[in-house]
Every structure is written in C-alpha cells, then in structure tokens.
Design a protein around this ligand. Structure first.
Ligand SMILES: [Mg+2]
Length: 255
C-alpha cells in the first residue's frame, strides 16, 4: 500500500459521529502518528472554530496541533480576505465563521456589507434571512461556507446550510459561491501551507458528494469509509469512483 505524506480526514461520519469517536478511525490515526505522520482534518462544519475542533478531538483522545485543522469557515474567510481586499462582510453564521473573518482582518459589519458570508447558524430567524436577501439585492456578493443540503440528526435530516443558501438564491436570483467541499479551497490551502505535492495527499471521508468529489476533482487519491453518509455499495456504482473503499479504517492499520 502506498504511503502518503498528508492524510486528510473529514470529521463527522469519518472520525466521529456527533459526540462519539469512531474507534477504528482513532486506531488508524494512532497508527499514522506512530509512523511519524501527523494527519490533517478538513470539515465543512463552519460552526466551530479550529480551537473548538481541537478541543473536541482532544476529549476523544486525539491530539493535534491547530494548524492541521481546516474548516470551511477558515477557507471562506481566507477567500474573502483575498478576493475582496479592504471590503466589509456581514456574517450570517456561527462563532467559527465570525472568528475566522476577524482572524483574517476582514471588517465585519451589520449594515451595507460588500459581501454576505453565510454559514450554518441554528439561531437563524426569518428577519436575518430577509436581511441578507436585501443586502444581496443591493449588490453584496454572496459567499457560503458549505453546500450541504441535509444535516443528519437522531430524528432524521435537518436543513443544512446549503438548503438555507438555496432559499436565498431562489429569492435573489444570485447564485451562492460555495467554498467547502466539494470545492477545492480547503485542500489547496493545506497543499500550499505545507508545500505538498498532489500525489502526496489523500482525502478520507464518508460523504461521496462532498469528500470524495472534492478529492477526485482536485486530482488526489481518495479513500471512502462506510461509517457515515454514503454507503460503499452506492459509491461503487458511481462513474467516478474513489481510489479506495473500506468498511472502516481498521483495514488500513498495518499497511
Ligand atoms: Mg462527513
């Protein structure tokens, strides 16, 4: 089995499910660390800051440094800081997104923004959604952390950030620019920050449409795990298939 320099793990459904670590993934991560390989983590979840992700992983017994954690909020903030220098942004999202924008030096405003940055916000109200529709109709650009339409919960699927962004799209006629997976922003940030080659990178995840398509379109190897959203049987029927599929990551321990 080929060894990679950069193993990039999705989090929900790959490393943990909600508050529970997936033991086989934890074992594989420990195995990599024993070999001297420090994994990366890339999540579409824009709610948490990198520090909060680090703390969550620590509670599950997985230690990592903060620079190994990439979130769609960080990638969105870096995109806005680069694509819209000296411009203002309104945040419709959680702490993760607001903090990431401030860390990039973006001026966060509540009125007349140049850019609307939308991430998952469970405190969302009708008036907040209406406000960003008005901002976008007044010319603000529309940048969204991640396109996930559904958010899995114990009771079934809840609306994900993508579903809310599409509501705004329907009203305004303005297409959102999505930054999280399957867009390649997070992988490209990891590659350039750590001076990696694409052949040294592998994307590991449970969701075909986001994780696997992200890696496939970016041009790196991909490993699908059967511990979350997409089932292996369905993934194997796709025209564009991941490089590898496993039930759990225990199959890669010892490789
Ligand atoms: Mg996942």
């Amino acid at each position: 089995m080929k060894s990679y320099l950069a193993y990039i793990f999705d989090l929900d459904g790959t490393v943990y499910r909600g508050k529970e670590v997936i033991e086989d993934s934890k074992t594989f991560i420990s195995y990599l660390k024993e070999k001297g390989i420090e994994p990366f983590y890339a999540t579409n979840n824009a709610n948490m800051t990198a520090a909060q992700v680090q703390e969550k992983l620590k509670k599950m017994g997985i230690e990592t440094s903060i620079d190994r954690i990439m979130t769609s909020a960080i990638a969105t903030a870096k995109y806005i800081a680069t694509a819209y220098p000296q411009k203002t942004a309104k945040v419709l999202g959680g702490d993760g997104l607001k903090q990431a924008l401030l860390d990039e030096g973006v001026e966060v405003v509540t009125e007349q923004p140049d850019v609307v940055a939308q991430g998952m916000n469970t405190e969302l109200t009708y008036h907040m959604l209406a406000d960003i529709c008005f901002d976008i109709q007044n010319g603000a650009s529309f940048v969204v952390t991640n396109p996930d339409v559904k958010y899995p919960t114990e009771r079934g699927f809840a609306p994900g950030n993508g579903a809310l962004a599409e509501m705004v799209h329907t009203v305004t006629g303005v297409e959102p620019l999505y930054i999280g997976k399957p867009a390649s922003n997070m992988l490209e940030l990891i590659r350039t920050s750590f001076d990696l080659q694409k052949e040294d990178m592998i994307m590991i995840g449970d969701n075909y449409d986001t994780d696997m398509m992200c890696g496939i379109q970016y041009g790196i190897d991909t490993l699908h795990v059967n511990t979350g959203v997409s089932r292996t049987d369905d993934v194997k029927k796709k025209e564009l298939r991941p490089t590898f599929t496993v039930d759990t990551l225990i199959e890669w321990v010892g490789n």
